[in-house]
Ligand binder design. Structure first.
Ligand SMILES: [Fe+2]
Length: 374
């Protein structure tokens, strides 16, 4: 991969090989694909995972085999954007016939309390008279509040959002996963992929179960800011790009802390830090945080960590710093990225940017060893 912070650094004769990194209105540099990484062996993958490093499996999914399902998912995404709702779409073919009779649609809510929420659609799982699982849901949400960012996600879970400990009910977790399989059958590109399964079996120490699923459409100018996905009850996340391309930064929290300290304390970057944090009181507070590693680690876990976010998510120079250290990946259709999420201190933090002019579909599934025969 080649990376430059500024368009001026690109040779005009090579211009068509470069793509801008633009997320939520911030220009984060330019990238060019270059040489693709090699496929790691299962042993190398397991070693990287146990060292809290991301693992890229290039070209592991044959996306041509899932073309009609991926096309249908794009249509559902566009229709959701147009209609600003989801339940009416899931009551029409092909979804109505796929969902019946196992998953009756029982309710829906227009998440008015959640500014990013579009609609949450509830299903039960039933077999004849028998209720197998209740209160499963698929929720469509915006990824950001930015008007020009059409990024959308469909999240699958159950029960009371943010209130219920989903890890305490592995059986219902599996049912929420099956609901995702039904609406997005291309989920099998991960869940039935023999190489992904072999890698993950070794990593989680047993048959992998795919829980807490999200189907993403990252759109131009969209993506996700630097964050982690630690949650009790799963070991990490598997992300598969099925269409379009994304640029990733993925590194463990201790590596991210090292990078922040190196970058911010380097006198060569002082004008960039002043640009990002124009208030001297903010820069002073950041300097104090950098001198206390445990304090910085705790601050990063706060919901509002603006002083660090300003550097992590809005600076092409900091992006360049991370790329130079080997923490960047370009995912094309068929590529997979595995990200360990062991605990808050060691997890892989990651940031995503849509590459190119088209929104792409991606699957993001949490993984753990199967605890249920169900
Ligand atoms: Fe994530």
């Amino acid at each position: 991969m080649r990376y430059v912070t500024d368009e001026q650094q690109i040779d005009p004769s090579e211009k068509q090989q470069w793509l801008p990194l633009l997320r939520r209105g911030f220009q984060l540099g330019w990238v060019s694909q270059g040489k693709r990484p090699d496929m790691p062996t299962a042993e190398q993958s397991a070693r990287r995972w146990s060292n809290d490093q991301a693992v890229m499996l290039p070209g592991i999914i044959d996306v041509t085999a899932w073309k009609s399902e991926i096309d249908a998912a794009h249509k559902l995404m566009e229709a959701t954007l147009d209609a600003d709702e989801l339940s009416s779409l899931l009551e029409q073919p092909p979804y109505s016939s796929r969902l019946a009779p196992l998953f009756p649609l029982v309710a829906s809510s227009f998440e008015e309390h959640d500014e990013q929420g579009i609609e949450k659609v509830y299903f039960d799982a039933e077999q004849g008279e028998e209720l197998l699982a209740e209160n499963l849901w698929c929720k469509a949400s915006w990824l950001s509040f930015i008007e020009e960012d059409a990024s959308l996600r469909f999240r699958f879970s159950f029960g009371m959002e943010c209130m219920e400990d989903v890890a305490a009910d592995p059986e219902r977790q599996l049912w929420a996963g099956r609901l995702c399989d039904t609406i997005f059958p291309e989920s099998a590109a991960i869940t039935e992929n023999p190489v992904i399964l072999a890698n993950l079996e070794r990593i989680v120490g047993g048959e992998p179960a795919f829980v807490e699923r999200i189907v993403y459409f990252n759109a131009p100018n969209g993506g996700a800011q630097m964050h982690h996905d630690v949650e009790r009850g799963h070991d990490g996340v598997v992300f598969a790009q099925l269409s379009g391309s994304t640029f990733w930064l993925a590194l463990s929290k201790p590596e991210l802390i090292d990078a922040l300290i190196d970058f911010i304390t380097d006198p060569n970057n002082s004008s960039e830090i002043t640009r990002l944090l124009p208030e001297s009181a903010d820069r002073l507070q950041l300097a104090e945080l950098l001198s206390d590693r445990a304090g910085l680690a705790a601050y990063m876990d706060e919901f509002d960590h603006e002083l660090v976010e300003a550097v992590m998510d809005r600076s092409a120079l900091f992006t360049s710093h991370l790329v130079a250290k080997g923490y960047a990946y370009i995912l094309n259709a068929g590529d997979v990225l595995l990200m360990p999420q062991r605990d808050l201190d060691t997890c892989v933090w990651h940031a995503v940017t849509c590459l190119g002019d088209e929104p792409g579909e991606a699957l993001s599934f949490a993984v753990r060893a199967n605890k249920s025969a169900g």
